[in-house]
Design a protein around this ligand. Structure first.
Ligand code: GLP
Length: 242
């Protein structure tokens, strides 16, 4: 049985997601929590910071990271995941860099950065909770369709639409290498708990394929059907085709 939660609207979706994350921190003050960036998660992080400001809870041993990061762009680019999570959540929750595991965005050896990132997660006992967004082509993290289910942390190409946007926003040359350092599918599947979050009608078709379609590498998020402890948190618009 898949564990699917459908909220009545976007506001309820944001609130439920925020409380799921806070609840995890309250139950496990030493939690290692993997986050995800994008439009889907921005508002839930805002709600978490508002609740924290009004009713501070213990974050002194919580460790955060993001499931993926852009490569070959400076962290000063506001679209870098380090910067987004710092601005949207980590600063407000007083999480210092020692408890915010992130690969660098610039490196001359990204293969090594992948190993270091993954080992840092493993050394902390593995992922307690992983929040995942759903890409418009079914990607999770930056794992595009066709990524082997056995993949570990690696540098993946981005999807075309996202890459075009990053190029537009940063003004880098067409042949400048861009990619995304991402937890691999197998790395993600080792998380003890996963919450896949998707809202809005533009995700409805992918949600249908993810949940009702076959489990296939052509649809990376479909692998989550096999995870023993994954919740699919959807708003009514994203769930419209179920
Ligand atoms: C990017 C991120 C993913 C995220 C996805 C969804 O591709 N690398 O981790 O899940 O965007 O973005 P949005 O929530 O804006 O639709």
């Amino acid at each position: 049985m898949l564990n699917i939660t459908i909220t009545q609207n976007e506001a309820e979706f944001d609130r439920v997601a925020a409380w799921r994350i806070i609840g995890h921190m309250l139950c496990d003050p030493k939690a290692l929590i993997g986050l995800s960036t994008g439009q889907t998660t921005a508002n839930m992080y805002k709600i978490i910071t508002e609740i924290y400001r009004l009713h501070p809870f213990d974050t002194s041993a919580v460790t955060l990271f993001n499931v993926d990061e852009l490569t070959n762009l400076p962290r000063s680019y506001p679209g870098c995941c380090y910067t987004m999570i710092r601005d949207q959540l980590a600063d407000a929750l007083n999480i210092p860099d020692e408890r915010f595991i992130m690969p660098p965005t610039m490196s001359d050896d990204f293969e090594r950065e992948c190993r270091v990132f993954q080992k840092a997660i493993e050394d902390r006992g593995g992922i307690g909770l992983q929040i995942l967004g759903l890409g418009i082509n079914g990607h999770i993290g930056i794992n595009q369709p066709g990524t082997p289910f056995g993949s570990e942390t690696w540098v993946s190409p981005m999807d075309e639409i996202f890459e075009a946007r990053v190029r537009r926003e940063t003004g880098v040359a067409d042949d400048y290498p861009l990619g995304g350092l991402t937890l691999g599918i197998r790395t993600i599947m080792r998380a003890r708990k996963i919450i896949l979050v998707a809202k809005g009608s533009k995700k409805a078709e992918m949600v249908e394929k993810m949940l009702l379609g076959p489990v296939t590498e052509d649809m990376p998020a479909s692998v989550l059907q096999l995870h023993p402890n994954c919740e699919f948190l959807l708003d009514a618009d994203a769930a419209a085709r179920l």
